[in-house]
Design a protein around this ligand. Structure first.
Ligand code: BYC
Ligand code: FE
Ligand code: FE
Length: 482
């Protein structure tokens, strides 16, 4: 029976796209599969591949009950291909083809553009697994270790999602691109991953939490834009990926939140009021709030870079073609063609940062980035609520968008988090006030000691308020003694 809501587990590759009736595609994917497993074993989590991990697996795309929890060894995880159900009568909702029925096959003229989008999206997924592969060894609890591995297997599934599109719709080129996705490596000098942030290190758990808060949130924004696509299979793929993405951002937000919580509690217990009394706070085995701010100052700008240049003809072309829309495109009340509208963009004008109206079409990266910033700011306020509730006088803030940038208008300038421009010499003097110094890094590294007993948590992080799948915080989320 063909059932496009529940997932078919009878084939080697679980799916709800009726792979069983497309033998050629099934064979191509089965051929790709061993290379994927080899990649996972070599570049996925370092250690813990034989341990039982309490993971969720997608068994349906029904939003009300799509996941099943159970113990599984990671290499045996059932990575599947899941698309949200096809919407009857869906149309292209923006750009020059607006109003046409959504495409079930790729329009020939857009093949190259679409392939590029799918490949870039696909490249980020394994990159993040590679970046996080060392973290299991310093997990602050079994709960956190399980969350790390959940995120990792789902990023692996996101790779599968893009590889499915490449194999099904892009013929031989697609198969070659799918192979290349297993060849590039995060941070590799000769064959790096495609986008900047995905070649950076994730040296410690605070970085991991910042990454899943900030960078997985770029994932959310980009997937939301691709979910608007007139190419229906891409839209449906991204819609289901977004269901999983919510958990990744939850891991980041609560991870940073629990870190802050623990710091505030320890400060209060020791009678320390001044958040800048760093030596005394660190002696308590917790991460001082100014250092949390410095970590935020690394991950937010790195992620802003992922939106591309503020002014981009690529983004205009993607939109005109109906391939990549705006955040919540169908909820926006305008012509959805943007041929005559403008959008305010921050630029360097005569050596100063100024707001300039630009054609809305070429400013789409900037617009998405603004939507992203708004979403981040809400999360940062939730962190501030925790600090406020503990009665500590400190606020976390998003730095100015000109701060610490490598892509776009501000890549060649130095700005403080408040957006004040500095010369190279002045910047060098204050750099360590705003970004982690090597001694900050050493201090954080010194706290990264594993806590592997059920219910045990490292000194620097508070236990979660509730566990995963209604389990308690001392549930055995990973069976370490296999
Ligand atoms: N690093 O015209 P521009 C996720 C390149 S995260 C290096 O401004 P465009 C996840 C650019 O490629 C979401 N290079 O670019 C999160 C272009 O190259 P060409 C990933 C960069 O195309 C956590 C040139 O510079 N998905 O899912 O408008 C864990 C000119 O730039 C960077 C997507 O990104 C950079 N940061 O915008 C796991 C969606 N930025 O053409 C997963 C698909 C730009 O000169 N991608 N360049 O060779 C896109 O929509 C666009 O490619 C971008 C760039 C938004 C990334
Ligand atoms: Fe992903
Ligand atoms: Fe993610």
């Amino acid at each position: 029976m063909l059932d496009l809501i529940n997932v078919d587990y009878s084939t080697q590759i679980p799916n709800n796209v009726d792979l069983a009736s497309d033998r050629q595609l099934l064979r191509a994917l089965e051929k790709w599969h061993p290379g994927y497993i080899d990649w996972w074993k070599a570049m996925g989590p370092d250690g813990f591949q034989e341990q039982l991990v309490y993971l969720r697996t997608a068994v349906s795309v029904d939003p009300k009950g799509w996941a099943k929890f159970g113990y599984v060894k990671m290499p045996e995880y059932r990575w599947g291909i899941l698309l949200a159900p096809q919407e009857e009568g869906r149309k292209v909702n923006f750009g020059q083809h607006m109003g046409e029925p959504a495409w079930q096959e790729i329009p020939g003229e857009y093949r190259a553009m679409l392939r590029r989008l799918v490949v870039i999206q696909g490249d980020t997924e394994p990159a993040s697994v590679e970046q996080q592969r060392h973290l299991g060894k310093t997990a602050p609890s079994l709960y956190d270790m399980r969350n790390l591995f959940q995120v990792n297997v789902e990023e692996g599934r996101h790779l599968w999602a893009m590889v499915y599109l490449l194999h099904k719709y892009f013929g031989r080129d697609g198969r070659e691109e799918a192979d290349e996705l297993l060849v590039r490596r995060s941070g590799d000098k000769d064959k790096p991953r495609m986008l900047g942030a995905f070649n950076e290190e994730t040296p410690d758990w605070l970085s991991f939490f910042m990454f899943t808060f900030f960078t997985d949130r770029d994932g959310k924004m980009q997937l939301e834009s691709l979910a608007q696509s007139g190419f229906d299979p891409l839209s449906r793929t991204c819609r289901f990926m977004l269901t999983e993405e919510a958990h990744h951002m939850f891991v980041g937000e609560t991870g940073v939140g629990r870190t802050i919580q623990r710091t505030c509690e320890a400060m209060k217990a020791a009678g320390i009021e001044d958040p800048n009394d760093i030596a005394r706070i660190r002696a308590l085995g917790v991460i001082d709030l100014p250092t949390v701010q410095k970590k935020l100052n690394v991950h937010y700008p790195l992620t802003l870079d992922l939106f591309g240049a503020e002014i981009s003809t690529n983004s205009a072309n993607f939109y005109n073609a109906g391939l990549k829309g705006r955040f919540q495109e169908t909820k926006i009340d305008d012509d959805h063609r943007l041929t005559n509208s403008t959008y305010p963009v921050l630029k360097m004008v005569d050596g100063k940062i100024a707001k300039v109206d630009e054609p809305a079409l070429t400013a789409l990266n900037m617009r998405l980035r603004d939507d992203y910033t708004e979403d981040c700011a809400k999360g940062v306020e939730r962190w501030n609520k925790i600090i406020e509730k503990e009665g500590i006088n400190f606020r976390l803030d998003l730095p100015h968008v000109a701060f610490n940038r490598r892509i776009g208008e501000f890549r060649n300038i130095n700005a403080t988090p408040a957006g004040i421009l500095l010369s190279d010499t002045d910047w060098a003097k204050v750099r360590d006030d705003y970004l982690p110094s090597s001694s900050d890094g050493d201090f954080i590294a010194s706290l990264m000691k594993p806590a592997y007993e059920p219910g045990q948590y490292a000194s620097w992080i508070a236990p979660p308020r509730i566990g995963i799948d209604s389990k308690s915080g001392d549930f055995e989320y990973v069976k370490i003694a296999a």
